[in-house]
Design a protein around this ligand. Structure first.
Ligand code: FMN
Length: 412
């Protein structure tokens, strides 16, 4: 006779990123969920970022005796325990009031790092002080060269070692969900919105109490620029806050006319490793490396939040690796939800991947420990699948580990 144990509750610990996603959906008010989940236009690219991974098949070798594959590698010049790091996310305090500090702490506890957004909810110094390890900084080239140079000095002084320059936000993508919620600061609270948020009183209380939505660097730079603009235009009776409140103003700061010379200026002002984030085209990847002297690129479409119907990241990756992979590092983000996605990206030549929404789901539900749990799911899934494939380490992954149905694999 078998024995059994009686429990009142089903075990409900999330087992996958999708489990965390579903849990996060219940936890967050719609306004914040819209921001996290949002994509541009019809969300074609947002969906394809995920589905495009599923057209690849992994090679399975039997009886290889591999039980404990090696996951360690380097990302952006830093030794990491797995080929997964945390992508920059602006206004992270909207997901959870502990925001960037919790994410950075979780990353280092798991042996990896966070790329802190320019639009972060906690600033460079706060994250630098709250963590043990050096993290990385993501730069939005905003506000003109003088302000940029100052921000880079700040990042260096706060101990940030690598720079990711985001180049795919020349203007804001059309995220209609956010536009419907009128997501500019200060928010307007209408009776409908108040009613909607009521069941999420805990989130509202914490968000209002800690006031960690808006980014300090971003707003500091915007405030300075607004003051200068008002002074130059004679003020016209408008206040700085009013001038800054318009979505147009914030994105005018984003230097729409940004070109490769501006990125060369940033290169000249940053001595550490520098990566261009938001590259989908092999010619641009070659420019980044050969003209700018970047250490590499992040193949990314901003998680489908900017140009809809551009290539899914994983579809853009092979041509970029073919063009610059022999002399530069290539990373990828967008749609990574499973260990098998990470493995596929590495097989196609990525040195590592970044995750965005997946760790936000953990953060929304449980703060720092939620982010750690999501990272550990990735570690477990990568390890398990390498064992099942018969591959000894992430360093050994290459295109010979991929097969298309009906196609004969190459000899490794
Ligand atoms: C809510 C949210 C905010 C983001 N903010 C930034 C940002 O401030 N800077 C940046 O370079 N990328 C930003 N991104 C893009 C991410 O860095 C990353 O490219 C994307 O999330 C990867 O796709 P995934 O969410 O499917 O993993 C943001 C993404 C999300 C979901």
């Amino acid at each position: 006779m078998g024995s059994f144990r009686f429990r009142l509750k089903d075990g409900n610990q999330p087992l996958s990123v999708e489990d965390w996603h579903q849990r996060a959906r219940r936890k967050l008010p719609e306004v914040a969920l819209t921001y996290v989940e949002g994509g541009a236009d019809d969300k074609t690219t947002l969906g394809e970022n995920m589905s495009a991974f599923r057209s690849w098949r992994l090679r399975q070798r039997a009886l290889t005796g591999i039980a404990d594959p090696e996951l360690g590698t380097t990302i952006a010049g830093t030794q990491v325990s797995m080929p997964v790091a945390l992508a920059p996310v602006g206004a992270m305090g909207l997901a959870h009031y502990t925001g960037d500090v919790a994410a950075a702490r979780a990353a280092e506890a798991c042996g990896t790092r966070l790329a802190l957004s320019t639009a972060s909810s906690y600033n460079l110094e706060e994250v630098g002080t709250a963590t043990q390890e050096n993290h990385w900084f993501q730069l939005y080239p905003i506000g003109g060269r003088v302000r940029l140079a100052r921000l880079l000095d700040r990042a260096r002084a706060a101990g940030f070692t690598a720079l990711f320059v985001t180049v795919d936000v020349m203007t804001l993508g059309n995220r209609e969900g956010e536009r419907r919620w009128n997501m500019v600061l200060p928010w307007t609270i209408t009776p409908r919105r108040a009613l909607h948020m009521l069941p999420h009183w805990k989130w509202i209380y914490q968000t209002l109490r800690h006031k960690r939505i808006a980014s300090s660097h971003f707003l500091e730079m915007a405030k300075e620029a607004a003051e200068e603009e008002l002074a130059a235009s004679g003020g016209l009776g408008r206040g700085v806050a009013e001038a800054m409140a318009s979505r147009e103003f914030l994105f005018k700061l984003m230097m729409n006319e940004l070109d490769w010379d501006d990125v060369a200026f940033i290169r000249d002002n940053w001595k550490g490793p520098l990566y261009i984030k938001g590259i989908l085209d092999a010619d641009d990847a070659a420019m980044a490396v050969d003209k700018i002297g970047a250490e590499g690129v992040v193949v990314s479409n901003h998680g489908g939040r900017q140009l809809d119907r551009c290539l899914a990241s994983i579809d853009a990756l092979p041509a970029i690796v073919d063009r610059i992979g022999d002399r530069a590092e290539v990373y990828l983000d967008g749609g990574v939800r499973r260990g098998t996605d990470v493995i596929t990206a590495l097989c196609l030549g990525a040195k590592g991947v970044f995750i965005g929404r997946p760790y936000l789901y953990g953060l929304i539900c449980e703060g720092e420990s939620g982010v750690r749990s999501v990272l550990e799911i990735f570690r477990e899934e990568i390890k398990r699948n390498l064992v099942l494939m018969g591959c000894p380490s992430v360093a050994k992954l290459d295109r010979s580990w991929l097969v298309r149905p009906g196609q004969l694999p190459e000899q490794p």
